[in-house]
Write a protein that binds this ligand. Structure first.
Ligand SMILES: Nc1ncnc2c1ncn2[C@@H]1O[C@H](COP(=O)(O)OP(=O)(O)OP(=O)(O)O)[C@@H](O)[C@H]1O
Length: 445
C-alpha cells in the first residue's frame, strides 16, 4: 500500500499546481493499512481539515484507480511532539512601583488597508491565509498560537493586520495589540527604566489578541524574551489569541530560547512561500485597481515575470510606472515599462529548458552535467544537483516525474525532497540564496 500512496502522490503532482501539491498533498505521510483502508497521516489538524474538505475525493479517486473502488482512506493527525504543561508557568516576581507607561491606542495602530479583502490568495500563501482567516473567525480556538513565517515582503504583516482588522470589524470592543517585537522591546526598556513594569504587564496581559510582528528580533535579547514568555503564558492561560510572524521557522531562529520556541510549536505554524507568476499578476492587478493605475495585461505579466518574489518590490515597480505615467501624461505600455524598469527586470520571455539549467548550473560549479544527473552523494555534487533541480521546478513547466527522468531517472520523491531542501535553505542560508539568485538571473538574462 505504501507504493500505492507514493504512486497516487506522483499522479496528483501531475494535475495539481506544485504549490498546492507542496502545501497539502506532499506533507501527507503513509502510516499503514488495514484490510482495504489506507491509513494516512496529516502533520496537524489544520492540514487534515483542509485536505478533508478540499482534496479527499481527488485523493481517493487517485488511490482507487491504482487499487479498486472498495479502497477507503482514513486521514489521521500526527501526534504532537510536545506535551503542554498542565500548570501555567510560574509568574515572575512583581516589579517595582507602577505609574504611567506610554502605550499605543491599541485598537488604532492596525493598518486599515491590510485586510483579507485586499489580500490575494494564491498557492504560495493559501495555507497561511486560511490559517489567519480561521483565527480571525474564532480567536483562541483551534490554532493558538498561530506562527506565520516566510521571506521578506511576502505578506506576513498584511495577514497579521488582516486578523486584527477582521476581529475589530466584528467586535469594536476587542482589545487588540499589534506590535513589532522591536517596539515591544523598546517599550519594555522604557518601562524598566522608569519602573513601570506593572503597567507594562497589565497592558499586554489584558489584551484579547496579541499580534507580534517579526518575532525573530527578540532572539538573543534575554530580558525581552523573559517578559514575552510571561506575557505569552498569561494570555494563553486566559484563552486569548496570540499570533506572531517571523522570517524563519521557530527552530531556525538562532538565539531564541527553547521555552519560547516550544510554545510557538504548540499551535499552528503556517508558512508563506514566494508567489508564483499568476499570484504576482493578481496582486499587481488588485493594487493597480486600488491605486487607479491603468495596467495593461502584458505589462502586468512583464512585471510578474521578473525574478523578484518580494511583493513590496513588485508594488514599488507598479508605483514607479504609475508615477511616470502621471508625470508624463502617457499611458503605461510594455515599451515604457521596459525602459523605466530596465535596471530592475530581466526579460523572462525566452523559454528555459531543463537541459539549459543543467548546463548552466554545471558550468557555474565547475562540474559536468553527468555529475548532476548521477547518484553520487559527494557534498560538492549534492547541493549543485539540488539547486539545479529546484531551478528546473521554478523556471520550467516540467513536473516532478519529468524532472526526475531528466536527472538520470530519479524518483519523483527525490525531486520533491531536493526542491523542499533548497526552499528551506533559501530562508536560512544567505550565501546559498545569493547563488540561486545569481543563477536565476543568469538563466533569465
Ligand atoms: N498576497 C498578497 N496580496 C496583496 N498584497 C500583498 C500580498 N502579499 C504581500 N502584499 C503586499 O506586499 C507588501 C509587503 O507585505 P508585508 O509587509 O506584509 O510583507 P512581510 O512578509 O511582512 O515583509 P517583511 O519580512 O519585510 O516584514 C505590502 O504592501 C502587502 O500589502
Amino acid at each position: 500500500m505504501e507504493e500505492v500512496w507514493l504512486q497516487a502522490q506522483s499522479n496528483l503532482a501531475k494535475v495539481l499546481t506544485h504549490q498546492t501539491f507542496n502545501t497539502w498533498i506532499e506533507p501527507i505521510k503513509y502510516l499503514g493499512s488495514k484490510r482495504n483502508v489506507l491509513l494516512l497521516e496529516a502533520p496537524n489538524q489544520f492540514v487534515r481539515d483542509r485536505v478533508s474538505e478540499s482534496y479527499l475525493p481527488m485523493i481517493l479517486e487517485s488511490v482507487q484507480s491504482l487499487t479498486d473502488s472498495q479502497t477507503k482512506i482514513e486521514l489521521l493527525i500526527a501526534k504532537p511532539k510536545l506535551e503542554k504543561p498542565k500548570q501555567p508557568a510560574a509568574p515572575e516576581a512583581a516589579a517595582a512601583e507602577p505609574e504611567t507607561c506610554a502605550g499605543p491606542d491599541h485598537s488604532t495602530n492596525l493598518n486599515p488597508k491590510y485586510t483579507f479583502d485586499t489580500f490575494v490568495c494564491g498557492g504560495s500563501n493559501q495555507f497561511a491565509h486560511a490559517a489567519a482567516q480561521s483565527v480571525a473567525n474564532s480567536p483562541a480556538g483551534k490554532y493558538n498560537p498561530l506562527f506565520i513565517y516566510g521571506g521578506v515582503g511576502l505578506g506576513k504583516t498584511h495577514l497579521l493586520n488582516a486578523i486584527g482588522n477582521h476581529v475589530l470589524s466584528v467586535n469594536r470592543k476587542a482589545r487588540i495589540c499589534f506590535y513589532t517585537s522591536e517596539k515591544f522591546m523598546n517599550e519594555l526598556i522604557n518601562c524598566l527604566r522608569y519602573q513601570k513594569m506593572d503597567q507594562f504587564r497589565n497592558k499586554f496581559r489584558k489584551m484579547d489578541i496579541l499580534l507580534i510582528d517579526d518575532i525573530q528580533f527578540i532572539a538573543g535579547k534575554e530580558r525581552t524574551q523573559e517578559e514575552f514568555f510571561h506575557t505569552f503564558n498569561s494570555l494563553y492561560e486566559s484563552h486569548k489569541q496570540i499570533v506572531v510572524t517571523s522570517d524563519k521557522f521557530p527552530k531556525d531562529i538562532p538565539g531564541l530560547e527553547e521555552r519560547l520556541r516550544s510554545r510557538f510549536e504548540w499551535g499552528l505554524i503556517a508558512d508563506i512561500q514566494a508567489p508564483d507568476t499568476e499570484t504576482k499578476v493578481a496582486i499587481l492587478r488588485k493594487k493597480a485597481d486600488a491605486d487607479h493605475i491603468s495596467l495593461p495585461d502584458d505589462v502586468a505579466l512583464f512585471l510578474a515575470s521578473s525574478s523578484t518574489t518580494n511583493v513590496r518590490e513588485l508594488e514599488g515597480m507598479l508605483i514607479r510606472l504609475g508615477a511616470v505615467s502621471s508625470l508624463t501624461g502617457k499611458n503605461i505600455t510594455l515599451d515604457m515599462a521596459r525602459e523605466v524598469l530596465k535596471d530592475i527586470i530581466v526579460d523572462k520571455s525566452k523559454e528555459i529548458t531543463v537541459e539549459m539549467i543543467q548546463k548552466f548550473v554545471a558550468e557555474h560549479f565547475g562540474l559536468k552535467v553527468a555529475d548532476l544527473k548521477s547518484d553520487k552523494r559527494l557534498k560538492v555534487l549534492v547541493i549543485p544537483r539540488q539547486i539545479a533541480i529546484y531551478l528546473c521546478r521554478d523556471l520550467t513547466k516540467s513536473s516532478y516525474p519529468e524532472i526526475g527522468e531528466r536527472f538520470g531517472g530519479k524518483d519523483h520523491s527525490t525531486i520533491i525532497h531536493s526542491v523542499k531542501k533548497v526552499e528551506k535553505l533559501l530562508s536560512q542560508d544567505f550565501e546559498l540564496r545569493n547563488t540561486v539568485d545569481t543563477l536565476r538571473k543568469g538563466l533569465l538574462s
